[in-house]
Design a protein. Structure first.
Length: 414
């Protein structure tokens, strides 16, 4: 052992300033139901420590019997310090359906928040701490969530029309059904909405034992939101290379069914739930830890936006198209004096400007993009220029088949 003279050592710490990570595609808003006494002094957080300083603590959760700190912690565990998380607390009497029902105070509060943020929010997560007793549904999810999914899609459509496109992740609380009787989320025609029903059961047991009884029914929506925020838009949250989920040592569904107790393989419980569009953690044989199964949305697999990765990618392209063409709004446009149509130089400019922008800003997100502007447009009469943008997405290796067999080098027929 080397000797060292008596001295005073000073070490430099790091990571406490929570400098913002520049990932605009992952900017998220987390809506959480909470009792009136639960206060956050800051609505924009950059770290778990910042959340604690703003009033979201484990002690505050326990005192209120509400999971605010827990959902925020889940987010930063996956997204990392520096990610920008906006938080909106709504009354804990608010149901999921009420949050997305026009005229309700919580709906107005959410819509106002998104307007104030001027379209920067890309991801919306919703987690509730219901004041009323929850009833397990025979079809797995609660009646409130089932009613909320189409309303959430209508809300997402309205936000898109207001040039604020986003994707929504809902907390699938108290999932008590079986794989076979579970509601098929793929039939609900909500391509901008996803539902997660997974969590860590050991953590739940600890929270309930401490007196936080509402934890018994929760799903870790903050964790899904955080992993989405940390990933480029084209990537599945189930990607194995991204690593196992932090903090999940005994995965379960939100009704306390352990994932390891469900049958696996073709036609098994996990495959059925995956096929019905639920998001949950599972094990991959040969890998340590738990991974998300995928990032399904509540729409048929044949839909172009059947996964969050596809929905997020096309929405990013839509934002770029609006930003680029907004610069052309009400500008004068040259018209071919002989035909009355757009001249070739204008057609080329409209096509190339957007194509270049998408290629530069989405190079890693897509495979290719084309932009077509029909030259035979009567701009003088219609005062409108139409463009067709076609994006070729990245593929996903959802199924990989490898044949492993023996080979005898002396067998010339092999």
């Amino acid at each position: 052992m080397l000797s060292e003279r008596p001295n005073v050592n000073v070490l430099l710490g790091n990571g406490n300033l929570a400098r913002e990570v520049d990932n605009p595609d992952g900017l998220a808003l987390l809506v959480i139901g909470a009792p009136a006494g639960y206060q956050l002094t800051e609505a924009l957080l950059y770290s778990l420590r910042g959340a604690e300083l703003a009033g979201a603590t484990a002690e505050a959760d326990l005192a209120a019997n509400a999971l605010v700190y827990e959902h925020i912690k889940d987010y930063f565990v996956e997204a990392g310090d520096g990610a920008a998380l906006r938080v909106l607390l709504v009354p804990n009497a608010t149901t999921m359906a009420q949050l997305f029902s026009p005229g309700n105070a919580a709906y107005t509060s959410l819509q106002t928040k998104l307007k104030e943020e001027k379209g920067v929010v890309r991801l919306l997560g919703v987690a509730l701490n219901p004041a009323a007793a929850e009833v397990a549904g025979g079809a797995g999810i609660t009646a409130d969530l089932l009613a909320a999914i189409p309303l959430a899609q209508t809300f997402a459509n309205a936000e898109f029309d207001a040039f604020r496109p986003l994707d929504i992740v809902l907390e699938g609380r108290l999932f008590t059904g079986t794989a076979t009787n579970a509601t098929d989320l793929r039939t609900l025609n909500a391509p901008s909405v996803a539902v997660t029903i997974g969590r860590d059961q050991l953590r739940v047991n600890d929270l309930v034992a401490a007196g936080l009884t509402l934890a018994n029914k929760f799903a870790q929506v903050g964790k899904v939101l955080g992993r989405l925020s940390a990933m480029p838009v084209q990537r599945s949250i189930g990607r194995v290379k991204s690593g196992a989920l932090e903090g999940i040592t005994q995965a379960s569904l939100s009704g306390s069914t352990l994932v390891t107790s469900l049958s696996d393989g073709k036609g098994g419980d996990l495959s059925i739930l995956d096929g019905k569009g639920y998001i949950f953690p599972l094990i991959h044989a040969g890998k340590d830890g738990f991974f998300y199964n995928n990032d399904a949305t509540c729409v048929a697999k044949t839909n172009d936006y059947a996964y969050l990765k596809l929905s997020r990618t096309i929405k990013k392209a839509a934002r770029i198209a609006r930003t680029i063409y907004l610069e052309e709004l009400l500008d004068d446009v040259l018209i071919d004096r002989a035909t009355g149509y757009l001249p070739a130089i204008e057609v080329s400019r409209f096509q190339q400007t957007l194509k270049t922008a998408i290629e530069e800003q989405m190079g890693e997100n897509i495979s290719a993009v084309t932009v077509y502007v029909d030259p035979k447009q009567n701009v003088l009469s219609a005062s409108k220029i139409k463009a067709l943008v076609r994006v070729v997405p990245r593929g996903t290796a959802e199924q990989i088949e490898a044949t492993v067999e023996y080979n005898n080098p002396f067998n010339t027929a092999a």
